[in-house]
Design a protein around this ligand. Structure first.
Ligand code: NAD
Ligand code: WQD
Length: 337
């Protein structure tokens, strides 16, 4: 069985390709290399011993997308990671985000329909919940108005998929990721942020490596035990494994509805200061940080109720926060060297 992984040289995509290959799937990657490098294909092959097929083009180009699907009409399913993901940039350049994230999805849905490819796994995000009224947050929690155009692309994408499933043979699973961090244990693949990182973990590892002088901790006056915001950090390898479970569920005809949604989190919340302390303990390196004002748009706290995913997907996040930060540090060192 062959799976198309869009965005497969990216951070989560590359880890998922490894897990798919390890589970016996063949993989073809499509990635325009907007936020990743072609060498990732070699690194995947070094880990698994199998070279995934790779094509570099932009999935918003409907002609190229149609041509690709004509040549790959034997696909079993599609895992669609390809998207722009920088929240702040999406506020500055909303059209860039709406066009890229939504046109690519619509092109893929049309081609899947044309070629009778039934199974789609879509990368959604816990950002759709905003600041949830009740914690932990389950899949039935209400969707809040998006804080950014990026977040809105995830909400609209879920709606586009819902409407398409109603009128076609498409089966779809949206996976709502909490905060993916860490890297493959080999240190060969990991997160490669463009320029100055927005996210906490790459900022910590780059500060530890000496690329950034000081980490700014955005606010310690939240209503949390140590005053810093709480998130559900999840190891990217655990996250990747859930995609294999989702594809298997579809292929094996185990879905309860034609469109299903699952939270991918650990169920544990950690504060920013707890993550810094875990990193310092795991690596023995002190992080130079300073408390500054809150970052606009940040929510106070969120963590997942993963019980539905645990039960229905037969999946559970297994890796600890210590393993997450240690693997992120191993990757940063390998990459820089
Ligand atoms: P990433 O930037 O590392 O990977 C995305 C890949 O998609 C990149 O390699 C990029 O070159 C490619 N791409 C983007 N637009 C494309 C297009 N039009 N055509 C072809 N390729 C294109 O990001 P990631 O962290 O691996 O995220 C993967 C998915 O998961 C995204 O949809 C993202 O929104 C979602 N997500 C990420 C997080 C997170 O914190 N990393 C959290 C929730 C959801
Ligand atoms: C985590 C915590 C920051 C950087 C974002 C997107 C979300 C999803 C995951 C895609 C927060 C604090 C961070 C820094 C800090 N992506 N922080 N100093 O904001 O929870 O989620 O990525 O779907 O949509 O919004 O993740 O890693 O940016 O922040 O103090 O330099 O770390 O304030 O409390 P976030 P993050």
């Amino acid at each position: 069985m062959k799976i198309l992984v869009t965005g497969g040289t990216g951070y989560i995509g590359s880890h998922t390709v490894v897990e798919l290959q390890n589970a016996g799937f063949d993989v073809v990657i499509v990635d325009a290399l907007f936020n990743s490098q072609k060498e990732v294909v070699d690194h995947i092959a070094a880990i698994t011993g199998k070279v995934p097929e790779f094509e570099a083009f932009d999935l918003t180009d409907n002609k190229k997308t149609a041509d690709f699907f004509k040549r790959h009409s034997d696909l079993t399913g599609v895992i669609h990671f390809a998207a722009h993901k920088a929240v702040g940039e999406s506020v500055q350049h909303p059209i860039k985000y709406y066009r890229n994230n939504l046109v690519s999805l619509m092109n893929i849905l049309e081609e899947m329909n044309t070629h009778g490819i039934q199974h789609l796994v879509f990368s959604s995000s816990c950002t759709v919940y905003g600041q949830a009224d009740r914690l932990p947050v389950s899949e039935s929690a209400p969707i809040k108005k998006a804080e950014s155009p990026y977040g809105n692309t995830k909400q609209i994408a879920e709606e586009i998929i819902t409407d398409t499933v109603h009128v076609s043979k498409l089966n779809a699973i949206a996976l709502r990721y909490f905060n993916p961090i860490g890297a493959h244990e080999s240190g060969l693949i990991g997160e490669l942020p463009n320029g100055v990182p927005d996210n906490l973990l790459p900022y910590i590892t780059q500060t530890a490596y000496g690329i950034r002088e000081q980490l700014k901790v955005f606010g310690d006056d939240y209503n949390t035990p140590d005053g810093t915001p709480i998130r559900d950090y999840i190891h990217v390898v655990d996250l990747a494994k859930a995609h294999v479970k989702a594809i298997q569920r579809m292929v094996q005809g185990q879905m309860k509805q034609a469109f299903e949604v699952f939270n991918l989190g650990t169920g544990n919340g950690y504060s920013v200061l707890e993550v810094i302390k875990a990193f310092e303990k795991a690596t023995g390196i002190k992080i130079n940080y300073k408390i500054v004002g809150r970052r606009e748009g940040d929510i106070e706290q969120i963590w997942a109720d993963p019980s539905y995913s645990n039960r229905e997907l037969g999946w559970k996040a297994e890796r600890s926060l210590d393993e997450m930060v240690a693997s992120a540090w191993k990757w940063e060192q390998h990459y820089r060297q």
